[in-house]
Design a protein around this ligand. Structure first.
Ligand code: NAG
Ligand code: NAG
Ligand code: NAG
Ligand code: NAG
Length: 962
């Protein structure tokens, strides 16, 4: 699956610089926390006072009580016909009907057929839910009993005598299911077009919802060929994995419909199936191309040419991967479709990729360059899966990290090919790696790789879709590709894909092929690929490597953000890693060395009195670096004298490492703050963005205290040159900077400058906004700058600006535009406007239910709005819980979002009180409440420990002339 929304936000919106990165981390934390909690619940004793009941571990006795299919039967092919109804029936229910025949072979003698089926009503034949036929001369044994086993989602078919080994049979079922709006299985999506409600029938099977569309052996290793047929209303089109044939007119149950059949699929897994019925239109590649590429979307969106960018980039990205994998695109066509309702970012269904609209459509006049980058990377991610994941599939979900981590890593290579000037290969550090390090530094993190037997239930599988899987997976595969070289990495991939095409693997199969490529190329490694990688995937976390430049001593240690946290997850490697250490000394060539133990010495790392050294070049390795104080001083001197001698990524890393080492009490906070001093000369994006992300915590802790004034004065001093730089290169804000990352950094410059009160900034943004207000039909604000300009103008303005933005929000027809305005409305400094906006959040006519939580969280992100939002939540908890508690994932964000600033005993007590008052009414928010309590405590400690030091430092800096 493409990344979920929470990842997309963190990665893309360079706009609301402060708030969003933090939200991404918090949600990431919530996922980790949930995992930890469920892990504990499984092993927990019932209560503190009761004696532990010796739990009869409910080891399932019967095959149908086990979540995994037995290996006695293997599917060969399916023949499935489905008919979704796009209008409700008499009971006001949207349904689909269908029938399916699966041909399977008996591999081991058995008198039991288990096949997945969930939420389907099956037709009875002679009292049984299915019909069995023998093929090729085999006779089918009579059925003795059929029934549905709800917990494990099986149709259970028991036979009077066993099936014959080697024989093939056909099992036929007919069924009715609900075409619900639940975003899983075969579901419906609705949207308005020209005042008419339109219904789309579409699918999301991954991980375990194909069984909700028709009975099937729903495990990734149960690959088969699928013959699909769809019945659909006149005026609609039907799509599936295989190419659609011309529709035929038929009459079914007295209704005239069209019947579309499809080319049979390749041998494939059920979770990659897709079918869609809609009245969309498309744009396609030229007929002379080898592979037919079609981009599908709402008619309006295609008319407005919003699919053009996706069409333009799909061909080149496919060509890139054909070369990278040395393997032709496995199918004859590639359909990609943008859906109005879709839960993840996108889904790599083989031949019919489904997307959120924001992940496939791009609107040049309206969307920002961040929106465009998102489209390019998501397309690249999904196309990478067409081989890695679809052609060759891991055997079970415990290896999901390999599938998703890999696609995440190579999506940057594909996007880099499609947009060579964007620096995508560097941006992976900021977009994926920096953020996930924050999560993986918690004691409650988890290893990338899980054991097959630990992942059983659908819930176990769903929990794996977290940022560790995607982003850390990408980081360690990138590290591997870097130390064996990208060329050898792709050579290993090529033989891996060749050996296992149309089959299934475990992750060690990839290591074996990479090892073969390494050996063939004669690359020297200190251990095998498998031994090295085991350290990174079988234990959680990552090391901090400390270099002593006086003695040449190098040590490694498990990095924990909270040094007092207790790690109770045991590691097979005692939290030691094989670390590919790289460094540059005095701007010389890059050097490499393997740190294989906890401690080592290397004379090359000893420095003379004026030497400097920076390690982990371009963040190729997944670890942090600390130095002795002399080298830190030399690095700070270097940064302030000629910062460009240190590579851009490493300038950003020095900031990020220092701030995180300070949180972990390994360096003092003053040192971290000093790494931002050179920013008055820095014009590149990555260092600035990294500094902003890290300083965000200081704003959260101190923007209501006496530190705020001097901190603002310091920021103003630091950002003024950057603001002037952009003013200059854009000829007084008239041009768009040429470089992609400059476009991002221009946003950082304006948002930082305006919030720090740089002269001319507010006037600028307010001026642009005023111009729009005087001519509402002609918004001339550059798309990249919209978020920050809206926010800044509304923050500086009053009710007039607010009401104008509100009316534009209500009128917006493009989702991303509405989102930007909705966020900006929370930027006002007027308490009464914020309170009114909070009230609007409870009125679904004003703020859609799906958006209420994020609006409240944005309001709490504003320091004036924070106490108002907290009061509001407390006053309305019961209502919020009843009306909004269902959309569980977002609901937890409410608590974490509103309590991010909490850092006093008084606030801690309020939280405890809130917990007591609402016991039993917290639902999915209870995990985030516990986390908020923990976080508040950590904040109290941090503020107590650091406030004076921070205040003194900012005071000193603010008063010193440069
Ligand atoms: C699939 O079933 C239909 C009848 O529902 C039949 O006409 C068709 O030949 C079958 N296709 C295959 C490939 O078995
Ligand atoms: C399935 O059967 C149940 C029980 O009769 C009924 O309540 C439900 O509406 C049926 N579902 C569909 C989609 O027809
Ligand atoms: C199928 O039905 C549609 C709508 O009734 C009609 O326009 C079309 O000509 C028919 N096609 C054929 C091949 O009969
Ligand atoms: C921070 O560390 C530096 C060097 O280790 C030291 O000189 C300085 O006094 C420390 N500052 C504080 C406030 O502890």
């Amino acid at each position: 699956m493409g990344k979920s929304v929470y990842l997309s936000k963190g990665a893309v919106c360079a706009c609301v610089v402060l708030a969003i990165a933090a939200v991404a981390t918090i949600i990431g934390l919530a996922v980790v926390y949930d995992r930890e909690k469920s892990k504990n619940e499984q092993t927990a004793t019932p209560g503190p006072t009761s004696t532990p009941i010796p739990t009869t571990p409910s080891t399932p006795k019967e095959p149908w009580q086990k979540y995994r299919l037995p290996d006695s039967l293997v599917p060969i092919s399916y023949n499935v016909t489905l008919w979704p109804r796009l209008e409700p029936n008499k009971e006001n229910l949207y349904i689909f009907t269908g029938h399916s025949a699966v041909i399977f072979r008996c591999e081991k003698e058995t008198d039991l057929i288990l096949i997945h089926s969930n939420k389907l009503n099956l037709t009875l034949y002679d009292g049984h839910h299915a019909k069995l036929t023998g093929l090729g001369g085999a006779t089918a044994p009579p059925l003795s009993e059929t029934r549905l086993e709800i917990p494990t989602q099986y149709l259970v078919v028991r036979l009077k005598s066993p099936l014959k080994v080697g024989a093939t049979y056909e099992l036929f079922t007919e069924f009715v299911g609900e075409l619900a709006d639940d975003l899983g299985g075969f579901y419906r999506s609705e949207y308005m077009e020209d005042g008419v409600k339109k219904v789309v029938a579409t699918t999301q099977m991954q991980p375990t919802d194909a069984r909700k569309a028709f009975p099937c052996f729903d495990e990734p290793a149960m690959k088969a060929v699928f013959h699909m047929t769809l019945l659909h209303p006149h005026g609609t089109v039907a799509l599936s994995n295989g190419m659609n044939h011309a529709p035929v007119n038929v009459t079914m149950d007295g209704i005239d419909v069209q019947r579309t059949s499809f080319d049979p699929s390749e041998v494939m897994s059920t979770y990659l199936l897709a079918f869609v019925v809609c009245d969309f239109s498309f744009i396609g590649s030229k007929p002379e191309e080898d592979v037919l590429i079609r981009i599908w979307a709402r008619k309006k969106a295609i008319e407005e040419r919003q699919g053009d960018y996706a069409l333009e980039k799909t061909g080149p990205i496919l060509a890139f991967f054909e070369k990278y994998y040395n393997s032709p695109y496995p199918l004859t066509k590639s359909d990609q479709i943008a859906l109005p309702d879709f839960s993840a970012g996108a889904m790599e269904n083989w031949g019919l990729i489904t997307y959120r609209e924001t992940a496939l459509l791009y609107n040049p006049g309206v969307s920002s360059n961040g929106d465009k980058e998102w489209v390019a990377t998501v397309i690249s991610h999904e196309l990478a899966h067409m081989w890695f994941g679809n052609l060759v599939t891991t055997r079970w979900w415990n290896d999901l990290w390999l599938n998703e981590g890999f696609a995440t890593y190579v999506s940057y290579l594909g996007a880099n090919y499609a947009e060579p000037t964007w620096n995508m290969k560097d941006l992976i550090v900021l977009n994926e790696i920096t953020g996930v390090m924050g999560i993986d530094a918690l004691a409650s993190s988890h290893p990338l790789s899980s054991k097959e037997e630990d992942i059983q239930k659908p819930e176990d599988i769903s929990q794996l879709f977290d940022s560790i899987t995607y982003s850390k997976g990408a980081a360690v595969l990138r590290m591997l590709s870097e130390f064996i070289t990208e060329d050898i990495f792709s050579k290993g991939l090529q033989t891996y894909l060749e050996e296992f095409k149309y089959k299934n693997t475990v992750y060690t199969d990839l290591w074996r092929h990479l090892q073969m490529a390494v050996d063939k190329a004669g690359i020297k490694l200190p251990n095998t690929v498998e031994e090295i990688m085991n350290r990174w995937i079988l234990q959680m976390g990552f090391p901090v490597v400390t270099i002593n430049s006086k003695t040449g001593e190098i040590t490694q240690k498990h990095f924990l953000l909270d040094p007092d946290s207790v790690v109770d997850t045991p590691s097979p490697f005692n939290y030691e890693w094989f670390v590919p250490l790289t460094w540059i000394k005095n701007g010389g060539p890059e050097q490499q060395y393997w740190l294989l133990n906890e401690k080592d010495t290397n004379a090359d790392l000893v420095l003379g009195s004026s030497d400097w050294l920076v390690a982990n070049i371009n963040m190729k390795g997944f670890y942090r670096v600390n130095y002795d104080s002399e080298n830190w001083e030399h690095l700070l001197t270097k940064l302030s004298s000629s910062h460009r001698d240190i590579p851009e990524i490493n300038r950003a890393r020095l900031i990020d490492d220092a701030f995180n080492l300070a949180r972990a009490k390994m360096v003092n906070t003053t040192l971290a703050l000093r790494t931002t001093k050179f920013l008055d000369k820095e014009v590149e994006y990555m260092p600035w963005k990294t500094a902003r992300n890290n300083l965000n915590y200081f704003y959260l802790m101190f923007d209501r205290s006496d530190v705020y004034g001097p901190m603002q004065a310091y920021m103003k001093k630091q950002v003024t040159p950057l603001f002037n730089y952009f003013k200059n290169i854009t000829s007084d804000w008239k041009d768009i900077p040429e470089k992609h990352t400059d476009q991002y950094n221009q946003v950082v410059a304006i948002s930082t400058a305006c919030s720090a009160g740089v002269a001319g900034c507010k006037e600028l943004t307010t001026g642009w906004f005023r111009e729009w207000m005087s001519n509402p039909d002609n918004n001339k604000i550059s798309p990249n700058l919209k978020s920050t300009v809206y926010c800044s103008a509304i923050s500086a303005g009053g009710v007039e600006e607010w009401d104008f933005a509100w009316s534009m929000f209500k009128k917006a027809t493009i989702a991303s535009e509405a989102e930007k305005l909705m966020d900006a409305l929370s930027c006002t400094k007027q308490p009464w406007l914020l309170n009114r906006y909070l009230e609007y959040c409870l009125d679904p006519q004003k703020i859609r239910k799906q958006d209420a939580t994020s609006a409240i969280v944005s309001i709490a992100g504003n320091n004036v709005g924070q106490p108002l939002a907290w009061d509001f939540i407390r006053a309305n908890w019961r209502h919020l819980y009843n009306e909004y508690g269902g959309g569980s994932f977002n609901f937890g964000r409410l608590i974490s979002g509103v309590t991010r600033r909490f850092s006093t005993d008084f606030e801690y007590k309020q939280l405890l009180q809130f917990k007591e008052d609402n016991a039993g009414q917290l639902g999915s928010a209870s995990a985030s409440l516990e986390q908020a309590l923990e976080g508040t405590k950590a904040n109290i400690n941090w503020v107590t420990l650091n406030k004076k030091e921070v205040l003194d430092w900012f005071n000193n800096e603010a008063s010193s002339t440069r």
